[in-house]
Design a protein around this ligand. Structure first.
Ligand code: ATP
Ligand code: MG
Length: 432
């Protein structure tokens, strides 16, 4: 038996969030939800599993995600090919079409949750990670494009992030990309021998993605390549200028990066990324852009759309660096009890405290008084409520202020009648 027993562990690249860290996640999520509400975004929740063809069609066959990162499997019951969502946009667009959400009015929606990509795990790159995904469906822009970017600038401010900068580009229209593509292929053919395996493969299928390469040996080739920006027609240029003017008016700094193409096939016009140097190699915190063709591509009536996704692990990492996070107390009040009568009464006392809105942890299980008080201290509670035979007989509780050390002459402990105990604790907590 012993040699066949395998220790059970989480899957590589998929992380547990333990209670000590979960408090930070919850705080971040709560700030993010308030921020989203302040711009009128509403939650849209889609399933984790979708038919694989949604992603192959929606994201594009020649992309990192579809080529090598998807968790796909065959449903053994009926042979369907299913995939764990690698991103939110395709599923949200599918739901939008399926429920005819945007034909009477445009929609501002968001989703927060896990997504799955089979990548090489490292800091800031996991196989299950979390995204805050925001989509504005049915808007043609450029006003909404700028609003999304302004909105992100506000989130960084709320979180106290400063070392984060905006990169901006325009991918133009399909026809403009086609004209650029021909010029790009002709240019890249001149360097065919120098391209890496990815580059060789993408040269004719998705040459724009060759510019997106992270291979240091190819940077110069990519830098000198024909720029899509130079192929933009009047309408695309006007859209881009419209976004830029609004950013300039709002005082948002940005760098135009002609090589910014984004990983997914479906983008057009505005694309952007927010990047930082504080996260090591994985410095992109947020990526987004316009995808006017996707709704039609997935079977809907043509409608424009734009959105972005934030990587939550990277955001959390950055936020933790920017703002010292205090440990969250488990509760306001920890209830300690000694003796049969007190232990029977303790649960009822705890319930009356919760009725008054307090967060209360009741000591459960056996335990000497000293051990229980140690637990009370460790909980981070402001007060311990102590019940013993004396207290029960007197109809009172002993309240100990855990944040104030006992000093000679100054008592940090007092007796209070059960009647009015909750109110007294609420007042004391409000007084700090
Ligand atoms: P990268 O170039 O880093 O692979 P991407 O272009 O694949 O990023 P998107 O598909 O735009 O990323 O996803 C949006 C955001 O999600 C990224 O900007 C990043 O913050 C985060 N992200 C992407 N992949 C991962 C991952 N494997 N682990 C953690 N966060 C990720
Ligand atoms: Mg990627």
């Amino acid at each position: 038996m012993a040699d066949t027993f395998q220790k059970l562990a989480a899957i590589r690249g998929m992380n547990d969030v333990l209670p000590g860290d979960a408090a930070r996640w919850e705080r971040l999520e709560s700030l993010v939800r308030d921020w989203l509400r302040s711009y009128g975004y509403r939650n849209l929740r889609t399933p984790v599993l979708e038919y694989t063809r949604l992603f192959t069609r929606g994201i594009g066959e020649v992309t990192d995600i579809v080529e090598k990162e998807m968790y796909s499997f065959t449903d053994s019951l009926n042979g369907d090919s299913l995939t764990m969502r690698p991103e939110f946009t395709a599923g949200i667009v599918r739901a939008t079409i399926e429920h005819s959400l945007i034909y009477d009015r445009p929609q501002r929606v968001f989703a927060i949750g896990p997504v799955f990509r089979h990548e090489r795990p490292q800091r800031g790159r996991y196989r299950q990670f979390h995204q805050i995904d925001v989509e504005a469906l049915g808007f043609a822009g450029p006003d909404i494009d700028a609003e999304l970017i302004l909105m992100l600038a506000r989130l960084w401010k709320i979180l106290g992030l400063t070392d984060i900068r905006l990169e901006l580009n325009s991918l133009g229209s399909a026809e403009e990309r086609l004209a650029h593509r021909e010029a790009l292929i002709a240019y890249l053919e001149g360097f065919k021998d120098q391209l890496d395996e990815d580059g060789q493969r993408r040269l004719y299928t998705n040459p724009l993605r060759v510019l997106d390469t992270k291979n240091p040996a190819l940077q110069q080739i990519a830098d000198d390549a024909p720029r899509l920006l130079d192929f933009l027609g009047e309408a695309s240029r006007a859209h881009f200028d419209g976004v830029r003017r609004r950013l300039d008016d709002a005082g948002i700094a940005y760098r135009i990066n002609p090589r910014l193409v984004r990983g997914l096939d479906y983008y057009n016009l505005t694309v952007f990324e927010w990047v930082t140097d504080r996260l090591g190699a994985q410095g992109t915190v947020c990526g987004g852009g316009r995808y006017d063709g996707l709704i039609q591509l997935l079977g809907g009536k043509p409608a424009p759309a734009v959105g972005f996704a934030i990587g939550m692990e990277r955001l959390l990492d950055l936020w933790t660096q920017a703002a010292e996070q205090e440990a969250e107390p488990e509760c306001d009040v920890y209830v300690v009890h000694q003796g049969e009568a007190a232990s029977l009464r303790a649960a009822a006392v705890a319930e009356t405290l919760r009725d008054a809105g307090l967060d209360v942890v009741l000591h459960c299980g056996a335990g000497k008084f000293g051990a229980q008080m140690k637990r009370a201290d460790a909980s981070g509670a402001a007060f311990a409520v102590i019940l013993g035979d004396d207290e029960i007989a007197a109809g009172q509780a002993t309240v100990k202020d855990l944040r104030q050390a006992a000093q000679p002459g100054a008592d940090n402990q007092r007796r209070l009648p059960f009647d009015g105990l909750a109110e007294a604790l609420v007042d004391a907590l409000a007084a700090g």
